[in-house]
Design a protein around this ligand. Structure first.
Ligand code: URA
Length: 287
């Protein structure tokens, strides 16, 4: 049974990876209602056990059939592809047609496209644009809200007090800051460190999303409520989804608290540690 399960899982993995290469980013498989009959007597129990032992050929045929059923469920025509736009409740087809091989985008091109950006009013107050920074082959990506005063001056994301705490969080899961990729939804500092408006976020978010698709990390950690809501296009509060893996175009997303919040309320560090252990374990499962 264990071997069968292993084989099924490995087949499933291969097919998922194939679908991902085809450009499928999200899979929703309709849950089939299954009523499991309650087994009342030992007589009934026999019904749910094979009464004859199957030959290995028959077992193989049975396995193949089960695998074929799973593959059938995963056929693109049976899937919703893309992220759910919470307001419209229908798939938003962002990148479903771009396979990794077809993606001609790169980090330099994204920078060039951003240029001396005047797309939203935040440019008026900035010292400089704060671009994302880190390993272009990172397995793990962190996304914050927008630069603060220190970042605005130094031109690097997460370099102030919150950033120093972020470095410690990264090191707590045995990674180095240089190994991950760090960015923000908005690249210009909002005056007085206010939250970026939905319009400002909408304009700038495009660039971090393009970076996600160039880097293709295994996992993204969103820091704080704003980053999570603007990336996932949801209004769900951070306290509701914190610590639970979400999905962004086929990439696991872990929403956790912002390090600036941890500086104000250190008792929340424990929660973030729990979230980061899940991220560490998920990354390990990919090694
Ligand atoms: N807070 C953020 O969300 N991003 C930064 O880069 C710094 C502080």
């Amino acid at each position: 049974m264990k071997e069968e399960l292993k084989e099924l899982i490995s087949g499933l993995r291969a097919n998922l990876s194939y679908l991902r290469d085809l450009g499928v980013r999200d899979l929703w498989i309709e849950k089939q209602e299954q009523t499991v009959p309650e087994i009342k007597s030992s007589e009934e129990a026999k019904v749910f056990k094979p009464s004859i032992s199957l030959s290995s050929q028959e077992k193989q045929a049975e396995r193949n059939e089960r695998l074929a059923n799973i593959i059938e469920k995963l056929r693109p025509s049976k899937l919703n592809i893309g992220n759910l736009d919470s307001s419209e409740k229908k798939p938003v087809l962002l990148f479903d047609t771009i396979t990794p091989a077809e993606n001609q985008d790169n980090l330099e091109k994204i920078r060039a496209d951003i240029g001396d950006c005047h797309r939203c009013p935040l440019y008026k107050h900035r010292t400089q644009i704060v671009h994302s920074k880190g390993n272009p082959n990172a397995k793990l990506m962190f996304i914050g809200e927008a630069p603060g005063a220190d970042e605005d001056i130094r031109g690097e994301p997460f370099v102030g007090r919150a950033g120093q705490l972020l470095t410690k969080i990264i090191e707590a899961i045995e990674l180095k800051r240089e190994e991950v990729f760090i960015g923000n939804i908005n690249r210009c500092r909002p005056p007085g460190n206010r939250q970026p408006t939905p319009e400002e976020a909408k304009v700038c978010r495009e660039f971090i999303i393009r970076e996600i698709f160039v880097i293709r990390p295994v996992c993204i950690v969103t820091l704080g409520s704003t980053a999570c809501q603007y990336l996932l296009n949801t209004k769900v509060s951070i306290t509701k989804i914190r610590g639970q893996f979400q999905d962004f175009q086929g990439i696991k997303v872990m929403p956790t608290f912002h390090p600036a919040y941890l500086l104000r309320d250190p008792s929340k560090k424990r929660d973030v540690w729990e979230d980061m252990k899940k991220v560490r374990d998920y990354l390990k499962s990919f090694q």
